[in-house]
Design a protein around this ligand. Structure first.
Ligand code: AMP
Ligand code: MG
Length: 350
């Protein structure tokens, strides 16, 4: 298949010919990669089982890993969900449109092909206006996982969708680099107390303030490998660069000296080395490649850059990579969750 590329901005998307064409592709069962505020999504008609099957095939993703259904009007949630709890409307009121996905009981309108066989459905109302325009043009319900081949970092720019999906989807919409850079926060509202299944830009603190209480699935801290994650997708290895990534946590001084020794040793063994670090410590490292996530403590910048850095480390064939750890509060929790997965749980405390 020949993939069509189009460029749109949030200002020009609505009512454009490109969006109309993209909507037609979705409605006729095809796939369109498109920007959202979190990462690029690989969209198909959520109510069409054949579209969901195509998404799984294009991604190379196991079909028991459920897809998130994207809507562009809160009222549409009632068509795809049943027994919606108050917490859903409270969170929607405060945080939608935005980077939050909520899991509720599904209605008969949603095929099991979209939910990976589950009786529940994950719903998100994105704030990106290109995404909203596409959802409306495509019939209102777009199933979309991240627009990467399974196991690669989520794409934060259209060129990465092209790298992974050229020839596998009808259209890729280039809307520039995304603003957030890590996937949406996921909250399960189907059993007892709302439970955080995946950390993201919406932090546990923000959710607690709105809901009063919140349980946190312990597996999101990344270090309890024996527990079975509740969110099906959390079982799968993710975002792994082809080099060996290790996260180093501790005081700045200890981290810098540990990484420098480890880099020196790897270089002696003939390995190509990389370091992922803050701007302030970057000049202290002697690796072949030093990636800067932003100023120390600027977690928003780090979120925007992380997946791009992981892709670049593959492009540059780095074999041994060390990364400074982030704090585990606020957005740091989401960053550490993604990094620990990328590192296959290799984390050193010094
Ligand atoms: P993404 O990888 O960004 O496409 O997000 C999809 C992830 O959302 C899945 O891997 C699951 O972890 C989660 N998810 C989607 N639907 C459900 C559901 N019905 N129940 C639990 N988790 C879900
Ligand atoms: Mg993904």
């Amino acid at each position: 298949m020949k993939t069509e590329y189009v460029f749109l901005t949030e200002e020009t998307a609505e009512n454009s010919g490109e969006i109309r064409r993209a909507g037609e592709i979705i409605k006729s069962g095809g796939l369109v990669a498109f920007p959202t505020e979190t990462v690029y999504g690989l969209g198909g008609d959520a109510l069409n089982p054949a579209s969901s099957a195509k998404i799984y095939a294009a991604k190379g993703r196991p079909s028991d890993n459920p897809l998130i259904v994207h809507i562009a009007d809160l009222k549409d949630a009632e068509f795809i969900a049943e027994d919606i709890p108050d917490a859903f409307f409270k969170l929607a009121d405060a945080l939608w449109p935005g980077p939050l996905t909520m899991i509720v009981k599904k209605s008969g309108a949603v095929p099991y092909e979209t939910t990976g066989g589950l009786d529940t459905v994950a719903i998100r109302f994105p704030s990106n206006r290109i995404a909203q325009a596409l959802i409306r043009a495509g019939g209102g319900f777009i199933a979309a996982p991240s627009a990467n081949r399974s196991g690669r970092p989520s794409p934060t720019m259209a060129q990465y969708c092209r790298e992974d999906l050229d020839g596998l989807v009808e259209m890729i919409i280039d809307g520039g680099q995304v603003g957030i850079g890590v996937e949406s926060t996921i909250v399960d509202l189907t059993e007892g107390e709302p439970t955080l299944l995946r950390p993201g830009y919406v932090t546990p603190g923000m959710l607690k303030e709105i809901l009063g209480g919140l349980s946190v699935d312990p597996t999101i801290y990344g270090n309890e490998t024996s527990a079975r994650p509740k969110a099906p997708g959390m079982r799968y290895r993710h975002y792994a660069p082809s080099g060996e990534l290790t996260i180093v946590e501790g005081s700045t001084e200890n981290v810098v000296s540990y990484i420098n020794e480890a880099v020196l040793e790897a270089k002696k063994a003939g390995k190509k080395t990389g370091v992922i670090c803050a701007e302030e410590t970057a000049p202290l490292y002697g690796a072949d490649r030093v990636f800067i996530t932003g100023k120390r403590g600027d977690e928003e910048a780090a979120a925007r850059e992380l997946f791009r850095i992981l892709r670049m480390s593959d492009d540059e064939h780095l074999e041994v990579i060390y990364a400074e750890a982030f704090g585990s509060e606020g957005l740091g929790l989401a960053l550490m969750n993604r990094m620990i997965k990328a590192a296959g749980h290799r984390i050193v405390r010094v």
